[in-house]
Design a protein around this ligand. Structure first.
Ligand code: C2E
Ligand code: MG
Ligand code: MG
Length: 276
């Protein structure tokens, strides 16, 4: 039924053995994801974000990984959609937030310079009425400075955000937390939403970054997003910078920040700490 719906509804689909296997795989994964939290199999990796002008680290993005005993280290793309469908994203999201805040506080306590910590929020978390209370208690529990916390919401989530969600975001912002619009430019980017949403920061999606070369359309789009952010008084970051010519482009266009494999990959906290 879902297969028929995904293919445009009002049609039928024949269940194949491939589909059955896929379903079984998802069921097994859902069951073990349920226990991953309890068994302490989730990990947070951190990827530095760079000031384009100075090349100094301005912050880190917390990125979830699952150390699955059978399948190895799994990237979030393989299990976050499942977690969202099953409601598991709420406890998992809270765990990521607490872990990242605790880590940030720990680094500061060890004498490292205070830097921003960005945590991804799923649209399911935004729909949770208790989210701002949850964030408040994580902040007080971990001793994290709210001004160092940034929450990333995807453009898709932002477009879906109804009035209660916008209000919740404003409430969160009042705590001193900044809000970033992730994967900007991918979906249909609603300019009126940009005006209404309480955001501080935009992340240009890596799809545009990949196509950066002289005279390309992606270059024109990236340039336009940077200009748009500047005119709205927002900070702007380019995501997925892998090559020097891409970095040079964003430096020339005075994009505030960049993040990408050219400088750093996401890494476990101990590795980042050694590097810092
Ligand atoms: P995102 O928030 O847009 O995160 C950036 C993704 O781009 C990360 O993938 C990162 O490893 C990857 N990346 C960074 N620089 C480069 C580069 O130069 N080249 C390439 N090819 N990739 C680069 P990752 O860690 O696999 O995460 C994928 C997505 O999963 C994230 O996209 C985010 O939407 C979601 N995600 C990750 N952690 C969490 C979490 O704790 N909660 C929620 N709700 N979603 C999360
Ligand atoms: Mg992100
Ligand atoms: Mg992104």
């Amino acid at each position: 039924m879902y297969d028929a719906k995904v293919r445009g509804k009002n049609r039928y689909s024949i269940c194949t053995s491939d589909m059955r296997e896929d379903m079984q795989r998802r069921m097994v994964l859902t069951n073990s994801l349920l226990r991953a939290l309890e068994r302490d199999e989730l990990r947070v990796f951190y990827q530095p974000q760079i000031d384009t002008a100075t090349r100094g680290i301005v912050g880190y993005e917390a990125l979830l990984r699952w150390e699955n005993p059978d399948l190895g280290l799994l990237p979030p793309g393989m299990f976050i959609p499942l977690a969202e469908q099953t409601g598991l994203i709420r406890p998992i999201g809270e765990w990521v937030l607490r872990t990242a805040c605790r880590q940030n506080r720990l680094w500061i306590d060890r004498g490292l310079p205070p830097r921003r910590m960005s945590v991804n929020l799923s649209v399911e978390q935004l729909r949770d009425r208790h989210l701002s209370d949850q964030i408040r208690s994580v902040l007080s529990e971990t001793g994290m400075d709210a001004r160092l916390l940034q929450l990333e919401i995807t453009e898709t989530a932002a477009i879906q955000a109804d009035e209660p969600v916008v209000q919740m975001l404003s409430e969160i912002k009042k705590l001193g937390i900044s809000i970033s619009l992730d994967d900007f430019g991918v979906d249909y980017s609603s300019l009126s939403r940009l005006r209404e949403l309480p955001i501080d920061h935009i992340k240009i999606d890596m799809r545009f970054v990949r196509g950066i070369e002289a005279g390309s359309k992606d270059e024109a789009i990236a340039r336009t997003i940077i200009q748009l952010a500047r005119n709205l008084g927002l900070q702007v970051l380019a995501e997925g910078v892998e090559h020097m010519h891409q970095y040079r482009f964003f430096a020339r266009e005075r994009c505030d920040e960049i993040q990408g494999f050219l400088f750093y990959k996401p890494m476990p906290p101990a590795q980042l700490e050694a590097l810092l």
